[in-house]
Ligand binder design. Structure first.
Ligand SMILES: [Mn+2]
Length: 396
């Protein structure tokens, strides 16, 4: 019955008057926060979300949502499953609790595999907000926004960031709810609602479960194997009345790759996989690292018209998961812009996050991380992969 609660969301439209343009300078608007409103929690294992500090933070976030009539939720650019699901889960929770508010999600380049996430058709590509509004970034920080979302964020009167990645450098006056231990941003949202005893509808829960499923590789990542992760999985499955398996089936069903993408990935699998043996004398065996390079010329040659999100889903992630059982570490180097490589690293056993942080915009999680680097640096990156001492993931 989750369709019925979607109907409540029809009031989401914020853009009305195109004649009013926001001020020209970026980020110079005075924020409405008192300094005591600035809440910054980094929850380490010693600080549980249920502690007073975290409960206060949750209250502060929900109070700020409550006092703003217009709210724009901003997933990071090239949104993955967790970014879209946390945005739509939050949208759904806000609309269910505050039906009169104008709430919108702003994003583009969304993979068709996300077509079954409740509220997906409500996402707007562009908007011209009028008056004061609250902007909430989910699953990323200011630095990961698209140009359009950055513009909207900069003009916001109030700002919140909810994320589970390291290195969120928020400025003064921005409320942040950061939990680096969380498996997904949707897991933070569930904790937020739970802490405040706000009921979670099936609709909201389905969104939250989707982000948890995609960010844990459907619970194949090492971080997602402990009893805490299992308890969270069960709690969300119960609320959503479906399993993570159901969620991944839906994601795959909506995710039929084009003939061109299939041709490209077959070509890459045959011709572009480079094996690097990482020489670490302290270990008995060499680590097997598989690297794949995808250039803009490849996309042109195979006549790929898909959005980055679909290339990522159907080509990059496909190749990464196919190499899972043949390697210790997998790396895709994708020429995102002319001369600029976007690297995605995966490993089930080794910490790839630490390696990624050595580079520009590097970060992520122990088993899934990424960074940017100029294409001209590719040989240096491959050499670095060969000689770097990867450490095993230490999961507590
Ligand atoms: Mn995430």
């Amino acid at each position: 019955m989750f369709i019925t609660s979607i109907n409540n969301l029809q009031n989401y439209n914020i853009h009305t008057n195109k004649n009013i343009t926001p001020p020209k300078q970026k980020g110079t608007l005075p924020l409405n926060f008192l300094s005591s409103d600035k809440i910054n929690i980094i929850s380490k294992p010693t600080v549980s979300f249920k502690s007073n500090l975290a409960t206060e933070s949750a209250r502060g976030i929900w109070h700020t949502i409550g006092k703003n009539d217009s709210i724009i939720i901003l997933p990071h650019k090239r949104p993955d499953g967790d970014a879209i699901s946390s945005a739509l889960g939050l949208l759904s929770a806000i609309k269910e609790n505050f039906p009169k508010k104008n709430v919108a999600v702003l994003s583009e380049g969304i993979s068709s595999s996300f077509n079954n996430i409740p509220g997906i058709n409500l996402i707007q590509k562009k908007m011209t907000p009028v008056g004061k509004y609250l902007a909430i970034i989910v699953d990323g920080s200011e630095r990961q926004l698209s140009d359009e979302n950055e513009r909207i964020y900069n003009y916001a009167a109030s700002k919140i960031i909810i994320d589970h990645h390291a290195n969120v450098n928020s400025k003064n006056g921005v409320m942040t709810l950061i939990d680096e231990e969380a498996l997904s941003t949707t897991a933070i949202l569930l904790k937020l609602l739970d802490t405040l005893n706000i009921p979670v509808s099936r609709n909201t829960a389905k969104c939250l479960l989707t982000g948890l499923t995609t960010d844990t590789g459907n619970f194949t990542h090492q971080e997602a194997k402990g009893p805490k992760a299992m308890a969270l999985k069960q709690q969300m499955e119960k609320l959503a009345q479906m399993t993570t398996r159901d969620i991944s089936d839906e994601l795959n069903k909506n995710n039929t790759p084009s003939r061109e993408i299939v041709a490209l990935r077959d070509y890459l699998a045959k011709n572009r996989i480079k094996t690097i043996l990482n020489q670490d004398e302290s270990k008995n065996k060499n680590l097997n690292i598989k690297c794949i390079l995808i250039t803009m010329d490849d996309l042109k040659k195979f006549n790929i018209k898909e959005s980055f999100a679909d290339i990522k889903q159907n080509c990059i992630n496909f190749l990464l998961s196919r190499l899972k059982y043949q390697s210790d570490i997998r790396v895709v180097l994708f020429e995102e812009k002319k001369g600029l490589l976007k690297a995605s690293l995966r490993s089930n056993e080794y910490d790839v996050q630490k390696f990624a942080t050595k580079y520009q915009d590097g970060g992520g999680h122990l088993s899934a991380a990424g960074f940017n680097t100029p294409l001209s640096q590719i040989d240096a990156v491959l050499k670095h992969l060969k000689n770097y001492k990867f450490e095993p993931q230490n999961i507590t």
